[in-house]
Design a protein around this ligand. Structure first.
Ligand SMILES: Nc1ncnc2c1ncn2[C@@H]1O[C@H](COP(=O)(O)OP(=O)(O)OP(=O)(O)O)[C@@H](O)[C@H]1O
Length: 565
Protein backbone atom coordinates (compact mmCIF):
# COMPACT_ATOMS: atom_id res chain seq x y z
CA UNK A 1 0.00 0.00 0.00
CA UNK A 2 3.05 2.29 0.22
CA UNK A 3 2.78 3.38 -3.39
CA UNK A 4 -0.91 3.92 -3.15
CA UNK A 5 -0.25 6.21 -0.20
CA UNK A 6 2.49 7.90 -2.21
CA UNK A 7 -0.26 9.57 -4.19
CA UNK A 8 -0.99 7.18 -7.02
CA UNK A 9 -4.49 6.31 -5.94
CA UNK A 10 -6.57 9.22 -4.74
CA UNK A 11 -9.65 8.96 -2.50
CA UNK A 12 -12.70 6.99 -3.57
CA UNK A 13 -14.49 8.78 -6.41
CA UNK A 14 -18.11 8.56 -7.59
CA UNK A 15 -17.01 6.81 -10.81
CA UNK A 16 -15.19 4.19 -8.78
CA UNK A 17 -18.28 3.56 -6.64
CA UNK A 18 -20.56 3.35 -9.71
CA UNK A 19 -18.16 1.07 -11.57
CA UNK A 20 -17.79 -1.17 -8.52
CA UNK A 21 -21.51 -1.60 -8.00
CA UNK A 22 -22.51 -2.25 -11.63
CA UNK A 23 -22.99 -6.03 -11.07
CA UNK A 24 -25.86 -5.23 -8.68
CA UNK A 25 -27.87 -4.46 -11.82
CA UNK A 26 -27.47 -8.08 -12.84
CA UNK A 27 -28.97 -9.17 -9.49
CA UNK A 28 -32.09 -7.15 -10.32
CA UNK A 29 -32.15 -8.55 -13.85
CA UNK A 30 -31.75 -12.10 -12.49
CA UNK A 31 -34.68 -11.47 -10.13
CA UNK A 32 -36.82 -10.26 -13.05
CA UNK A 33 -35.83 -13.26 -15.20
CA UNK A 34 -36.83 -15.57 -12.37
CA UNK A 35 -40.09 -13.65 -12.07
CA UNK A 36 -40.78 -14.23 -15.78
CA UNK A 37 -40.21 -17.97 -15.27
CA UNK A 38 -42.47 -17.96 -12.16
CA UNK A 39 -45.28 -16.11 -13.95
CA UNK A 40 -44.90 -17.93 -17.26
CA UNK A 41 -48.45 -19.35 -16.96
CA UNK A 42 -50.02 -16.10 -15.74
CA UNK A 43 -50.68 -12.63 -17.14
CA UNK A 44 -48.71 -11.72 -20.25
CA UNK A 45 -48.56 -8.09 -19.10
CA UNK A 46 -46.38 -9.01 -16.08
CA UNK A 47 -43.95 -10.80 -18.39
CA UNK A 48 -43.87 -7.88 -20.82
CA UNK A 49 -43.29 -5.35 -18.00
CA UNK A 50 -40.52 -7.55 -16.51
CA UNK A 51 -38.96 -7.96 -19.99
CA UNK A 52 -38.97 -4.20 -20.60
CA UNK A 53 -37.54 -3.59 -17.14
CA UNK A 54 -34.66 -5.94 -17.95
CA UNK A 55 -33.96 -4.03 -21.17
CA UNK A 56 -34.10 -0.66 -19.38
CA UNK A 57 -31.83 -1.94 -16.59
CA UNK A 58 -29.37 -3.28 -19.14
CA UNK A 59 -29.36 0.08 -20.95
CA UNK A 60 -28.80 2.04 -17.72
CA UNK A 61 -26.04 -0.37 -16.74
CA UNK A 62 -24.34 0.03 -20.13
CA UNK A 63 -24.49 3.85 -19.92
CA UNK A 64 -23.22 3.96 -16.34
CA UNK A 65 -20.51 1.44 -17.20
CA UNK A 66 -19.41 3.47 -20.21
CA UNK A 67 -19.24 6.80 -18.41
CA UNK A 68 -17.71 5.52 -15.19
CA UNK A 69 -15.03 3.58 -17.05
CA UNK A 70 -14.30 6.60 -19.25
CA UNK A 71 -13.94 8.78 -16.18
CA UNK A 72 -11.74 6.23 -14.42
CA UNK A 73 -9.34 6.04 -17.36
CA UNK A 74 -9.35 9.82 -17.79
CA UNK A 75 -8.45 10.36 -14.13
CA UNK A 76 -5.91 7.62 -14.25
CA UNK A 77 -4.21 9.14 -17.29
CA UNK A 78 -4.19 12.53 -15.60
CA UNK A 79 -2.56 10.89 -12.60
CA UNK A 80 0.06 9.35 -14.87
CA UNK A 81 0.67 12.72 -16.53
CA UNK A 82 1.28 14.21 -13.07
CA UNK A 83 3.86 11.51 -12.33
CA UNK A 84 5.46 12.02 -15.70
CA UNK A 85 5.63 15.77 -15.07
CA UNK A 86 7.18 15.15 -11.65
CA UNK A 87 9.70 12.76 -13.17
CA UNK A 88 10.62 15.16 -15.97
CA UNK A 89 10.81 18.12 -13.60
CA UNK A 90 13.13 16.15 -11.34
CA UNK A 91 15.32 15.07 -14.26
CA UNK A 92 15.39 18.68 -15.38
CA UNK A 93 16.50 19.83 -11.96
CA UNK A 94 19.19 17.18 -11.56
CA UNK A 95 22.73 18.34 -11.87
CA UNK A 96 24.18 17.23 -15.21
CA UNK A 97 27.38 16.56 -13.27
CA UNK A 98 25.73 14.12 -10.85
CA UNK A 99 27.14 10.63 -11.18
CA UNK A 100 23.91 9.29 -9.72
CA UNK A 101 21.91 10.56 -12.69
CA UNK A 102 19.82 7.74 -14.15
CA UNK A 103 20.80 6.78 -17.73
CA UNK A 104 18.52 8.57 -20.20
CA UNK A 105 17.33 5.33 -21.83
CA UNK A 106 16.30 3.88 -18.47
CA UNK A 107 14.54 7.10 -17.47
CA UNK A 108 12.71 7.19 -20.82
CA UNK A 109 11.61 3.58 -20.34
CA UNK A 110 10.16 4.39 -16.92
CA UNK A 111 8.41 7.54 -18.09
CA UNK A 112 6.98 6.05 -21.28
CA UNK A 113 6.54 2.25 -21.25
CA UNK A 114 6.38 1.53 -17.55
CA UNK A 115 4.19 4.58 -16.98
CA UNK A 116 1.49 3.07 -19.20
CA UNK A 117 1.05 0.13 -16.83
CA UNK A 118 -0.03 2.54 -14.11
CA UNK A 119 -3.12 3.48 -16.13
CA UNK A 120 -5.05 0.24 -15.92
CA UNK A 121 -3.82 -0.50 -12.40
CA UNK A 122 -4.95 2.87 -11.20
CA UNK A 123 -8.19 2.85 -13.21
CA UNK A 124 -9.44 -0.64 -12.50
CA UNK A 125 -7.71 -2.32 -9.60
CA UNK A 126 -9.24 -0.28 -6.79
CA UNK A 127 -12.86 -0.27 -8.05
CA UNK A 128 -12.57 -3.99 -8.75
CA UNK A 129 -11.30 -4.54 -5.24
CA UNK A 130 -14.33 -2.69 -3.90
CA UNK A 131 -16.54 -4.74 -6.20
CA UNK A 132 -14.98 -7.98 -4.95
CA UNK A 133 -15.61 -6.89 -1.36
CA UNK A 134 -19.26 -5.82 -1.81
CA UNK A 135 -20.92 -7.86 -4.58
CA UNK A 136 -20.20 -11.43 -3.31
CA UNK A 137 -21.40 -10.37 0.14
CA UNK A 138 -24.70 -9.00 -1.27
CA UNK A 139 -25.19 -12.23 -3.25
CA UNK A 140 -24.56 -14.35 -0.16
CA UNK A 141 -27.13 -12.31 1.76
CA UNK A 142 -29.69 -12.81 -1.05
CA UNK A 143 -29.11 -16.58 -1.34
CA UNK A 144 -29.11 -17.23 2.42
CA UNK A 145 -32.93 -16.95 2.86
CA UNK A 146 -33.35 -19.75 0.25
CA UNK A 147 -30.55 -22.16 1.13
CA UNK A 148 -27.94 -22.07 3.86
CA UNK A 149 -25.99 -24.91 2.21
CA UNK A 150 -25.75 -23.05 -1.15
CA UNK A 151 -24.49 -20.09 0.82
CA UNK A 152 -21.94 -22.26 2.62
CA UNK A 153 -20.72 -23.81 -0.65
CA UNK A 154 -20.04 -20.38 -2.10
CA UNK A 155 -18.51 -19.20 1.14
CA UNK A 156 -16.07 -22.13 1.22
CA UNK A 157 -15.03 -22.06 -2.44
CA UNK A 158 -14.55 -18.27 -2.69
CA UNK A 159 -11.47 -17.84 -0.44
CA UNK A 160 -9.50 -20.27 -2.62
CA UNK A 161 -9.18 -17.50 -5.20
CA UNK A 162 -7.64 -14.77 -2.94
CA UNK A 163 -5.53 -17.47 -1.28
CA UNK A 164 -4.13 -18.41 -4.67
CA UNK A 165 -3.31 -14.78 -5.49
CA UNK A 166 -1.46 -14.42 -2.22
CA UNK A 167 0.66 -17.46 -3.06
CA UNK A 168 1.58 -16.32 -6.57
CA UNK A 169 1.55 -12.57 -5.82
CA UNK A 170 5.08 -12.25 -4.47
CA UNK A 171 6.52 -14.39 -7.25
CA UNK A 172 4.69 -12.42 -9.93
CA UNK A 173 5.82 -9.12 -8.41
CA UNK A 174 9.45 -10.23 -8.38
CA UNK A 175 9.25 -11.41 -11.99
CA UNK A 176 7.65 -8.14 -13.16
CA UNK A 177 10.27 -6.10 -11.32
CA UNK A 178 13.08 -8.05 -12.97
CA UNK A 179 11.44 -7.66 -16.36
CA UNK A 180 11.21 -3.85 -16.05
CA UNK A 181 14.73 -3.63 -14.72
CA UNK A 182 16.06 -5.60 -17.66
CA UNK A 183 14.07 -3.49 -20.11
CA UNK A 184 15.30 -0.22 -18.54
CA UNK A 185 18.90 -1.38 -18.60
CA UNK A 186 18.59 -2.50 -22.19
CA UNK A 187 17.12 0.86 -23.25
CA UNK A 188 19.91 2.70 -21.42
CA UNK A 189 22.54 0.52 -23.08
CA UNK A 190 21.01 0.94 -26.53
CA UNK A 191 20.77 4.73 -26.32
CA UNK A 192 24.30 4.99 -24.97
CA UNK A 193 25.73 2.85 -27.78
CA UNK A 194 23.72 4.72 -30.43
CA UNK A 195 25.21 7.96 -29.19
CA UNK A 196 28.68 6.50 -29.44
CA UNK A 197 28.15 4.64 -32.72
CA UNK A 198 30.92 6.65 -34.45
CA UNK A 199 33.49 5.62 -31.83
CA UNK A 200 32.29 2.01 -31.92
CA UNK A 201 32.58 1.89 -35.71
CA UNK A 202 36.03 3.45 -35.80
CA UNK A 203 37.30 1.08 -33.12
CA UNK A 204 35.61 -1.84 -34.83
CA UNK A 205 33.62 -2.64 -31.69
CA UNK A 206 30.07 -2.68 -33.09
CA UNK A 207 30.03 -6.49 -33.20
CA UNK A 208 30.72 -6.76 -29.46
CA UNK A 209 28.10 -4.18 -28.62
CA UNK A 210 25.57 -5.95 -30.84
CA UNK A 211 26.47 -9.24 -29.17
CA UNK A 212 25.86 -7.81 -25.71
CA UNK A 213 22.60 -6.26 -26.89
CA UNK A 214 21.50 -9.63 -28.29
CA UNK A 215 22.32 -11.28 -24.96
CA UNK A 216 20.32 -8.64 -23.12
CA UNK A 217 17.32 -9.06 -25.41
CA UNK A 218 17.45 -12.84 -24.90
CA UNK A 219 17.39 -12.23 -21.15
CA UNK A 220 14.46 -9.89 -21.61
CA UNK A 221 12.57 -12.51 -23.63
CA UNK A 222 13.16 -15.06 -20.86
CA UNK A 223 11.96 -12.65 -18.18
CA UNK A 224 8.91 -11.59 -20.21
CA UNK A 225 8.00 -15.25 -20.78
CA UNK A 226 8.32 -15.88 -17.05
CA UNK A 227 5.92 -13.03 -16.29
CA UNK A 228 3.48 -14.25 -18.93
CA UNK A 229 3.73 -17.84 -17.68
CA UNK A 230 2.77 -16.74 -14.17
CA UNK A 231 -0.04 -14.56 -15.55
CA UNK A 232 -1.51 -17.31 -17.76
CA UNK A 233 -1.11 -20.01 -15.14
CA UNK A 234 -2.79 -17.96 -12.46
CA UNK A 235 -5.72 -17.00 -14.75
CA UNK A 236 -6.18 -20.64 -15.81
CA UNK A 237 -6.28 -21.89 -12.23
CA UNK A 238 -8.66 -19.14 -11.15
CA UNK A 239 -10.99 -19.89 -14.06
CA UNK A 240 -10.92 -23.54 -13.05
CA UNK A 241 -11.80 -22.80 -9.44
CA UNK A 242 -14.67 -20.50 -10.32
CA UNK A 243 -16.00 -22.94 -12.95
CA UNK A 244 -15.88 -25.73 -10.36
CA UNK A 245 -17.74 -23.53 -7.86
CA UNK A 246 -20.49 -22.73 -10.38
CA UNK A 247 -20.74 -26.39 -11.47
CA UNK A 248 -21.03 -27.54 -7.86
CA UNK A 249 -23.88 -25.10 -7.32
CA UNK A 250 -25.63 -26.21 -10.52
CA UNK A 251 -25.41 -29.88 -9.47
CA UNK A 252 -26.69 -29.09 -5.99
CA UNK A 253 -29.67 -26.97 -7.12
CA UNK A 254 -30.45 -29.31 -10.05
CA UNK A 255 -30.58 -32.41 -7.83
CA UNK A 256 -32.67 -30.49 -5.29
CA UNK A 257 -35.20 -29.50 -7.96
CA UNK A 258 -35.31 -33.17 -9.03
CA UNK A 259 -35.99 -34.05 -5.37
CA UNK A 260 -32.75 -36.01 -4.84
CA UNK A 261 -31.08 -33.56 -2.42
CA UNK A 262 -33.23 -32.12 0.34
CA UNK A 263 -30.73 -30.89 2.90
CA UNK A 264 -29.46 -27.35 3.19
CA UNK A 265 -32.79 -25.57 2.81
CA UNK A 266 -35.06 -23.83 5.31
CA UNK A 267 -37.96 -26.32 5.09
CA UNK A 268 -39.85 -25.86 1.82
CA UNK A 269 -38.61 -27.17 -1.47
CA UNK A 270 -37.35 -24.42 -3.80
CA UNK A 271 -39.51 -23.42 -6.74
CA UNK A 272 -38.03 -23.45 -10.26
CA UNK A 273 -37.86 -19.62 -10.19
CA UNK A 274 -36.02 -19.61 -6.84
CA UNK A 275 -33.59 -22.28 -8.05
CA UNK A 276 -33.01 -20.33 -11.26
CA UNK A 277 -32.37 -17.14 -9.27
CA UNK A 278 -29.65 -18.89 -7.23
CA UNK A 279 -28.13 -20.43 -10.35
CA UNK A 280 -28.07 -17.09 -12.16
CA UNK A 281 -26.36 -15.43 -9.22
CA UNK A 282 -23.69 -18.10 -8.72
CA UNK A 283 -21.43 -17.01 -11.65
CA UNK A 284 -21.85 -13.38 -10.54
CA UNK A 285 -20.54 -14.41 -7.14
CA UNK A 286 -17.22 -15.53 -8.63
CA UNK A 287 -17.11 -12.91 -11.40
CA UNK A 288 -15.72 -10.00 -9.27
CA UNK A 289 -13.03 -12.30 -7.86
CA UNK A 290 -12.06 -13.41 -11.38
CA UNK A 291 -12.02 -9.81 -12.59
CA UNK A 292 -9.83 -8.84 -9.69
CA UNK A 293 -7.50 -11.69 -10.57
CA UNK A 294 -7.34 -10.49 -14.18
CA UNK A 295 -6.15 -7.03 -13.11
CA UNK A 296 -3.74 -8.58 -10.63
CA UNK A 297 -1.13 -8.66 -13.37
CA UNK A 298 -1.73 -4.95 -14.04
CA UNK A 299 -1.27 -4.29 -10.35
CA UNK A 300 1.95 -6.27 -10.21
CA UNK A 301 3.37 -4.50 -13.30
CA UNK A 302 2.04 -1.13 -12.10
CA UNK A 303 3.54 -1.55 -8.66
CA UNK A 304 6.93 -2.44 -10.11
CA UNK A 305 6.67 0.61 -12.40
CA UNK A 306 5.63 2.78 -9.44
CA UNK A 307 8.72 1.73 -7.52
CA UNK A 308 10.84 2.76 -10.48
CA UNK A 309 9.01 6.10 -10.73
CA UNK A 310 9.71 6.71 -7.04
CA UNK A 311 13.34 5.78 -7.67
CA UNK A 312 13.51 8.15 -10.64
CA UNK A 313 12.00 11.04 -8.73
CA UNK A 314 14.22 10.45 -5.73
CA UNK A 315 17.48 9.64 -7.50
CA UNK A 316 20.54 11.87 -7.77
CA UNK A 317 21.42 15.23 -6.32
CA UNK A 318 19.30 18.11 -7.41
CA UNK A 319 21.25 21.03 -8.84
CA UNK A 320 21.81 22.84 -5.59
CA UNK A 321 20.44 22.72 -2.08
CA UNK A 322 20.29 25.20 0.73
CA UNK A 323 23.91 26.05 1.52
CA UNK A 324 25.49 26.83 4.88
CA UNK A 325 25.84 30.34 6.26
CA UNK A 326 28.28 32.80 4.83
CA UNK A 327 31.31 33.30 7.05
CA UNK A 328 33.38 36.44 6.82
CA UNK A 329 37.14 36.06 6.56
CA UNK A 330 40.07 37.81 4.88
CA UNK A 331 40.44 36.88 1.22
CA UNK A 332 43.76 36.00 -0.34
CA UNK A 333 43.99 35.86 -4.11
CA UNK A 334 46.17 33.48 -6.10
CA UNK A 335 47.76 34.81 -9.26
CA UNK A 336 49.48 33.15 -12.18
CA UNK A 337 52.95 34.25 -11.11
CA UNK A 338 52.12 32.41 -7.85
CA UNK A 339 52.40 35.60 -5.80
CA UNK A 340 49.13 35.99 -3.94
CA UNK A 341 47.63 39.40 -4.61
CA UNK A 342 44.78 41.25 -2.96
CA UNK A 343 42.23 43.05 -5.02
CA UNK A 344 42.25 46.41 -3.35
CA UNK A 345 39.40 48.13 -5.05
CA UNK A 346 37.13 45.99 -7.18
CA UNK A 347 35.78 48.02 -10.09
CA UNK A 348 32.17 47.45 -9.25
CA UNK A 349 31.89 45.51 -6.00
CA UNK A 350 32.59 41.78 -5.98
CA UNK A 351 30.79 39.74 -8.61
CA UNK A 352 31.94 36.42 -7.14
CA UNK A 353 32.96 35.77 -3.54
CA UNK A 354 34.11 32.37 -2.39
CA UNK A 355 34.81 31.88 1.29
CA UNK A 356 36.39 28.83 2.86
CA UNK A 357 35.01 26.54 0.22
CA UNK A 358 35.46 22.82 0.77
CA UNK A 359 34.41 20.24 -1.76
CA UNK A 360 35.42 16.76 -2.85
CA UNK A 361 33.76 14.03 -4.90
CA UNK A 362 35.49 11.64 -2.52
CA UNK A 363 35.72 12.94 1.07
CA UNK A 364 39.31 11.71 1.53
CA UNK A 365 40.42 13.48 -1.67
CA UNK A 366 39.13 17.07 -1.53
CA UNK A 367 39.36 19.18 -4.67
CA UNK A 368 39.01 22.32 -2.50
CA UNK A 369 39.57 22.83 1.21
CA UNK A 370 39.12 26.22 2.87
CA UNK A 371 39.54 27.87 -0.52
CA UNK A 372 38.72 31.56 -0.85
CA UNK A 373 38.58 33.84 -3.87
CA UNK A 374 37.04 37.14 -4.94
CA UNK A 375 36.37 38.26 -8.48
CA UNK A 376 35.60 41.93 -8.84
CA UNK A 377 32.77 43.40 -10.86
CA UNK A 378 33.90 43.70 -14.51
CA UNK A 379 37.12 41.87 -13.66
CA UNK A 380 38.44 39.34 -16.15
CA UNK A 381 40.18 36.36 -14.62
CA UNK A 382 41.73 33.27 -16.16
CA UNK A 383 41.75 30.08 -14.11
CA UNK A 384 44.55 27.77 -15.03
CA UNK A 385 46.38 24.80 -13.57
CA UNK A 386 47.22 21.26 -14.51
CA UNK A 387 44.58 18.90 -15.83
CA UNK A 388 42.41 17.81 -12.90
CA UNK A 389 43.34 20.88 -10.83
CA UNK A 390 39.67 21.72 -10.36
CA UNK A 391 38.99 24.52 -12.86
CA UNK A 392 35.76 23.06 -14.29
CA UNK A 393 34.64 21.98 -10.82
CA UNK A 394 35.08 25.53 -9.52
CA UNK A 395 32.98 26.94 -12.39
CA UNK A 396 30.29 24.30 -11.70
CA UNK A 397 30.30 25.15 -7.97
CA UNK A 398 29.83 28.85 -8.74
CA UNK A 399 26.96 28.08 -11.14
CA UNK A 400 25.35 25.85 -8.49
CA UNK A 401 25.66 22.73 -10.63
CA UNK A 402 27.29 20.99 -7.69
CA UNK A 403 26.85 21.72 -4.05
CA UNK A 404 29.74 22.79 -1.84
CA UNK A 405 30.42 20.59 1.19
CA UNK A 406 31.36 23.61 3.29
CA UNK A 407 31.85 27.33 2.95
CA UNK A 408 29.92 29.84 0.91
CA UNK A 409 29.81 31.09 -2.65
CA UNK A 410 28.17 34.40 -3.49
CA UNK A 411 27.35 35.66 -6.94
CA UNK A 412 26.34 39.31 -7.18
CA UNK A 413 26.01 39.30 -3.41
CA UNK A 414 23.57 36.37 -3.37
CA UNK A 415 24.56 33.10 -1.70
CA UNK A 416 24.41 30.18 -4.10
CA UNK A 417 21.68 27.97 -2.67
CA UNK A 418 18.34 26.44 -3.60
CA UNK A 419 16.43 29.59 -2.69
CA UNK A 420 18.47 31.98 -4.84
CA UNK A 421 19.57 29.79 -7.68
CA UNK A 422 17.11 31.04 -10.32
CA UNK A 423 17.93 34.66 -9.57
CA UNK A 424 21.63 33.89 -9.60
CA UNK A 425 21.54 31.95 -12.87
CA UNK A 426 19.57 34.75 -14.54
CA UNK A 427 22.78 36.77 -14.22
CA UNK A 428 25.25 34.04 -15.19
CA UNK A 429 26.40 33.45 -18.74
CA UNK A 430 27.66 29.87 -19.07
CA UNK A 431 29.70 28.26 -21.79
CA UNK A 432 30.74 24.75 -20.90
CA UNK A 433 33.67 22.87 -22.38
CA UNK A 434 31.33 20.95 -24.68
CA UNK A 435 28.37 23.16 -25.65
CA UNK A 436 25.49 21.10 -27.01
CA UNK A 437 24.15 21.58 -30.53
CA UNK A 438 20.62 20.56 -31.35
CA UNK A 439 19.28 19.08 -34.55
CA UNK A 440 17.96 22.47 -35.67
CA UNK A 441 19.04 25.42 -37.83
CA UNK A 442 22.14 27.37 -36.78
CA UNK A 443 19.92 30.36 -35.98
CA UNK A 444 17.61 28.31 -33.74
CA UNK A 445 20.65 26.85 -32.04
CA UNK A 446 21.81 30.33 -31.11
CA UNK A 447 18.49 31.88 -30.19
CA UNK A 448 16.71 28.75 -28.89
CA UNK A 449 13.80 29.93 -31.03
CA UNK A 450 13.44 33.22 -29.15
CA UNK A 451 13.18 36.50 -31.04
CA UNK A 452 16.11 38.92 -30.90
CA UNK A 453 16.53 42.25 -32.69
CA UNK A 454 19.74 43.05 -34.55
CA UNK A 455 20.97 39.50 -34.41
CA UNK A 456 23.54 40.28 -37.12
CA UNK A 457 25.29 42.73 -34.79
CA UNK A 458 25.79 39.92 -32.32
CA UNK A 459 27.09 37.62 -35.04
CA UNK A 460 29.44 40.37 -36.08
CA UNK A 461 30.89 40.42 -32.55
CA UNK A 462 32.12 36.89 -33.14
CA UNK A 463 33.19 37.56 -36.71
CA UNK A 464 30.42 35.33 -37.97
CA UNK A 465 28.40 37.66 -40.18
CA UNK A 466 29.44 36.15 -43.51
CA UNK A 467 29.19 32.64 -42.16
CA UNK A 468 25.72 33.29 -40.81
CA UNK A 469 24.49 34.99 -43.98
CA UNK A 470 25.33 31.87 -45.90
CA UNK A 471 24.32 29.26 -43.39
CA UNK A 472 21.95 30.79 -40.84
CA UNK A 473 19.10 28.47 -41.77
CA UNK A 474 21.20 25.39 -42.37
CA UNK A 475 20.25 22.55 -40.11
CA UNK A 476 22.91 21.11 -37.83
CA UNK A 477 23.06 17.43 -37.03
CA UNK A 478 22.45 16.17 -33.49
CA UNK A 479 25.43 17.11 -31.32
CA UNK A 480 26.74 19.69 -33.80
CA UNK A 481 27.64 17.84 -36.99
CA UNK A 482 28.21 20.46 -39.66
CA UNK A 483 30.23 23.16 -37.88
CA UNK A 484 33.94 23.25 -37.16
CA UNK A 485 35.30 23.47 -33.60
CA UNK A 486 36.22 27.15 -34.06
CA UNK A 487 32.81 28.02 -35.56
CA UNK A 488 31.07 26.13 -32.74
CA UNK A 489 33.06 28.07 -30.12
CA UNK A 490 32.21 31.40 -31.75
CA UNK A 491 28.55 30.46 -32.13
CA UNK A 492 28.53 29.58 -28.43
CA UNK A 493 29.85 33.05 -27.67
CA UNK A 494 26.99 34.55 -29.68
CA UNK A 495 24.62 32.49 -27.55
CA UNK A 496 26.21 34.20 -24.56
CA UNK A 497 26.20 37.67 -26.08
CA UNK A 498 22.47 37.47 -26.73
CA UNK A 499 21.83 37.13 -23.00
CA UNK A 500 22.31 40.82 -22.33
CA UNK A 501 21.20 40.67 -18.71
CA UNK A 502 24.11 38.43 -17.68
CA UNK A 503 26.97 40.14 -15.87
CA UNK A 504 29.01 37.11 -14.72
CA UNK A 505 30.43 34.96 -17.50
CA UNK A 506 31.73 31.49 -16.67
CA UNK A 507 33.59 29.98 -19.59
CA UNK A 508 35.33 26.61 -19.75
CA UNK A 509 38.22 26.13 -22.19
CA UNK A 510 36.92 28.23 -25.11
CA UNK A 511 40.09 27.81 -27.18
CA UNK A 512 40.85 24.15 -26.46
CA UNK A 513 41.73 22.19 -29.61
CA UNK A 514 41.67 25.31 -31.83
CA UNK A 515 44.41 26.39 -34.20
CA UNK A 516 46.09 29.71 -33.27
CA UNK A 517 44.12 31.66 -35.88
CA UNK A 518 40.71 30.38 -34.76
CA UNK A 519 41.76 30.75 -31.12
CA UNK A 520 42.60 34.41 -31.74
CA UNK A 521 39.16 35.09 -33.27
CA UNK A 522 37.51 33.37 -30.27
CA UNK A 523 39.65 35.34 -27.78
CA UNK A 524 38.83 38.64 -29.51
CA UNK A 525 35.15 37.79 -29.47
CA UNK A 526 35.27 36.73 -25.84
CA UNK A 527 36.97 39.93 -24.78
CA UNK A 528 34.40 42.01 -26.67
CA UNK A 529 31.48 40.11 -25.21
CA UNK A 530 32.82 40.31 -21.70
CA UNK A 531 33.18 44.09 -21.79
CA UNK A 532 31.36 45.52 -18.78
CA UNK A 533 30.95 42.02 -17.28
CA UNK A 534 32.93 39.84 -14.91
CA UNK A 535 34.63 36.95 -16.61
CA UNK A 536 36.04 33.76 -15.14
CA UNK A 537 37.52 31.55 -17.79
CA UNK A 538 39.19 28.16 -17.33
CA UNK A 539 42.00 27.88 -19.83
CA UNK A 540 45.52 26.72 -20.59
CA UNK A 541 45.96 29.29 -23.38
CA UNK A 542 48.78 31.83 -22.79
CA UNK A 543 47.27 34.12 -25.44
CA UNK A 544 44.10 34.32 -23.40
CA UNK A 545 46.05 35.01 -20.18
CA UNK A 546 47.49 38.14 -21.81
CA UNK A 547 44.05 39.63 -22.28
CA UNK A 548 42.92 39.04 -18.70
CA UNK A 549 43.25 41.28 -15.64
CA UNK A 550 44.45 38.37 -13.58
CA UNK A 551 45.48 34.74 -13.91
CA UNK A 552 44.98 32.31 -11.05
CA UNK A 553 46.74 28.99 -11.09
CA UNK A 554 44.95 26.24 -9.24
CA UNK A 555 46.98 23.46 -7.66
CA UNK A 556 46.56 21.21 -4.61
CA UNK A 557 48.59 23.68 -2.51
CA UNK A 558 46.45 26.62 -3.57
CA UNK A 559 43.13 24.79 -3.46
CA UNK A 560 43.55 23.12 -0.10
CA UNK A 561 44.47 25.13 2.99
CA UNK A 562 44.78 23.69 6.45
CA UNK A 563 42.75 26.33 8.25
CA UNK A 564 39.95 28.69 7.37
CA UNK A 565 41.08 32.06 6.11
N1 LIG B 1 31.67 13.84 -11.65
C1 LIG B 1 32.85 13.60 -11.06
N2 LIG B 1 32.97 12.58 -10.20
C2 LIG B 1 34.16 12.33 -9.58
N3 LIG B 1 35.25 13.06 -9.76
C3 LIG B 1 35.19 14.09 -10.61
C4 LIG B 1 33.97 14.41 -11.32
N4 LIG B 1 34.22 15.50 -12.08
C5 LIG B 1 35.52 15.83 -11.88
N5 LIG B 1 36.09 15.00 -11.00
C6 LIG B 1 37.45 15.07 -10.48
O1 LIG B 1 37.63 16.37 -9.91
C7 LIG B 1 38.94 16.83 -10.17
C8 LIG B 1 38.88 18.20 -10.84
O2 LIG B 1 38.32 18.03 -12.13
P1 LIG B 1 38.13 19.23 -13.15
O3 LIG B 1 37.27 18.74 -14.25
O4 LIG B 1 37.69 20.44 -12.43
O5 LIG B 1 39.61 19.45 -13.68
P2 LIG B 1 40.13 20.59 -14.64
O6 LIG B 1 41.08 21.41 -13.87
O7 LIG B 1 38.99 21.29 -15.29
O8 LIG B 1 40.90 19.69 -15.70
P3 LIG B 1 41.06 19.88 -17.30
O9 LIG B 1 42.05 20.98 -17.50
O10 LIG B 1 41.64 18.58 -17.73
O11 LIG B 1 39.72 20.15 -17.86
C9 LIG B 1 39.61 15.79 -11.04
O12 LIG B 1 40.42 15.00 -10.22
C10 LIG B 1 38.47 14.98 -11.61
O13 LIG B 1 38.86 13.63 -11.82
Amino acid sequence: MENERAGLQPRLTLSQIIFSLLPLFWIAEAALLSLIVAKADEALSTIIIAGFSIIILAAIKACLGYYSELDLFKNSRQNLNEWRKRGLAHLNFLSPLSKKRMPSGEAANILVDQGETLVSWNAKYFPLMLRAAVVPLVILCLILPFSWLACLLLFITAPIIPLFWAIIGAKAQKAAKEQWQEMGEMNGYLLDRLRGIKTLRILDATFWSAKRLARQSDDLITRTMKVLRIAFLSSAVLELFSALGVALMAVYIGFHLLGVITIGFWGNKLSLAEGLFILLLAPSFFEPLRELASVWHDRVAGKAAMENFTKLVGKGETIVHQSSDVRQSPIVQQSYDTKPKEIDSPKNGNAIEIENLSFGFIPEKPVFKNFSLKIGGQEKVALTGKSGAGKSVLLALIAGLIEADKGAIKVNGLTVNGANIDEIRAKIGWMGAKPYWFDQSILSNITFNRKFDHIDDYLDLANLKDFANERKYQRLGEGGTGVSGGEAARLSLVRLALEKDRNVLLIDEPTAHLDPESAKIVIDALVKISEGNSLLVATHDPELFKRMDRVIELSPEVNCQESER
